[in-house]
Design a protein around this ligand. Structure first.
Ligand SMILES: Cc1cc2nc3c(=O)[nH]c(=O)nc-3n(C[C@H](O)[C@H](O)[C@H](O)COP(=O)(O)OP(=O)(O)OC[C@H]3O[C@@H](n4cnc5c(N)ncnc54)[C@H](O)[C@@H]3O)c2cc1C
Length: 390
């Protein structure tokens, strides 16, 4: 016997309860709109709970991404206070081990940081040695980004959902696949809905919805290997941790002239790290364990097979960072949406039709900029409707 299907109506329908979907839901509900979020699983299990939880301001390239990250930081701070989840606001520490890594920090501080409004401080060797009982004293220098935050995503996402539901009246329809969207209409596995506007935030699912709009982007996925490790000594680190390799990965640093010399140094000394797209990040979790990663493998389809050698590289780099043996507690694979080499924007907002907008990240910084993107997309939709009603 078929279950009874529901017919519903809302102002804004959001597809996907990852960080992008929740950010759009928050922006719309804050404006007094009725919001309904559809999620095919019973709780979010996508990129948004598999990540480091770093709300990275310092790593963003200057311009739009830096502005979005700063806006997002304010929203994360509000959520952490009102939804009551673990969040660290001490900022990040990017440790430099070699002279080439120090040179990138120095060039960044001397040029871009002051010109573009990054709130950072350079720490010399003695300042680094004074941190955390000298645990990181084997590094030559560090960059302290004061604006970065860090959350524990697997707890933060459910807490945001609860906050949106109880404080802003957002309705969540879980275990429901949205099969089709058209102007003002959604067909789902549990019923039919009418909505004044639909925002599709479907992560790296490129086939179920809006596949025609997505095809020209040449969508691909990036597969990342991640570990959660336990240090032998109590760590109690309050900062999100980045390493010199991060300078090759993040747009704030990667186009600086000193980054080229760093790239050559890594190529000469540890080329496997470049082959596997490895750059070490570490996020201390609330229980004293640490999330470490990651590697980057770009493909049209994510292969399910993890390479043990990648985990071993990550473990080696993390043990070097913390200067002690680490015990592996968990391993997992993260997947996020990427794009073809000829599409160089970090995210896309596509108006698929008058009442349907699709929003997708193409780089691995959705936690850092997603809330800001949600704010600007919803503002545009609401103002656009007010303009056409006038
Ligand atoms: C290992 C890893 C580490 C990362 N670290 C960081 C970090 O520290 N900082 C940072 O800023 N970013 C980080 N990122 C990137 C960030 O996690 C992503 O950019 C972000 O989570 C993407 O959010 P999303 O909402 O688009 O996708 P998702 O979180 O994947 O959510 C999409 C949701 O849509 C649902 N969905 C899809 N289609 C349908 C449908 N038809 N009907 C119903 N539901 C549907 C899916 O089930 C899913 O829950 C990392 C990513 C990974 C994988």
């Amino acid at each position: 016997m078929n279950a009874v299907k529901r017919v519903g109506e809302t102002d804004v329908a959001i597809v996907g309860a990852g960080i992008l979907g929740l950010s759009h839901a928050y922006a719309a509900a804050s404006r007094g709109l009725r919001v309904t979020v559809f999620e095919r699983t019973g709780t979010p299990t996508g990129a948004s709970i598999r990540n480091f939880g770093q709300v990275l301001v310092t790593g963003q390239p200057p311009g739009e991404m830096l502005t979005l990250a700063k806006t997002s930081r304010g929203i994360w701070k509000h959520w952490a206070e009102h939804a009551g989840f673990f969040a660290r606001e001490a900022g990040c520490l990017l440790f430099a081990r070699t002279d080439a890594e120090v040179a990138v920090i120095d060039e960044f501080v001397a040029t871009r940081a002051s010109q573009q409004g990054y709130d950072v401080e350079r720490l010399d060797q003695s300042q680094v040695a004074a941190l955390y009982d000298g645990r990181f004293a084997h590094h030559k220098a560090a960059l302290h980004g004061r604006e970065d935050m860090q959350v524990f995503s697997r707890e933060a996402l459910p807490a945001i959902i609860e906050y949106l539901r109880t404080h802003l009246g957002v309705e969540f329809v879980f275990d429901t696949l949205v099969k089709n969207v058209a102007d003002g209409y959604l067909e789902t596995t549990t019923g039919e809905w009418h909505a004044a506007h639909i925002v599709v935030c479907s992560g790296h699912d490129y086939l179920t919805l809006l596949s025609d709009a997505l095809a020209p982007l040449g969508p691909r996925v990036c597969r990342l290997q991640m570990l959660r490790v336990k240090p032998t000594r109590d760590i109690a680190v309050r900062h999100a941790l980045l390493t010199g390799l991060s300078c090759l990965h993040y747009g704030a640093f990667s186009d600086l002239s000193s980054a080229q010399a760093l790239h050559e140094e890594v190529l000469a000394t540890d080329p496997a790290l470049l082959d596997e797209g490895i750059h070490l990040l570490a996020s201390p979790a609330p229980d004293g364990s640490v999330i470490i990663g990651d590697s980057h493998d770009y493909n049209p389809d994510p292969m399910p097979f993890n390479e043990e050698q990648v985990d071993q590289h990550l473990l080696r780099l993390a043990e070097r960072l913390f200067d002690e043996p680490l015990q592996i507690m968990q391993r997992w694979q993260g997947v996020y949406g990427s794009r073809a080499a000829n599409v160089n924007r970090p995210f896309s907002v596509l108006k698929a039709s008058r009442g349907v907008t699709g929003v997708w990240m193409h780089t691995g910084v959705g936690m850092s900029v997603g809330p800001g993107i949600g704010e600007s997309v919803i503002a545009e939709i609401v103002e656009g409707r007010m303009r056409s009603a006038a």
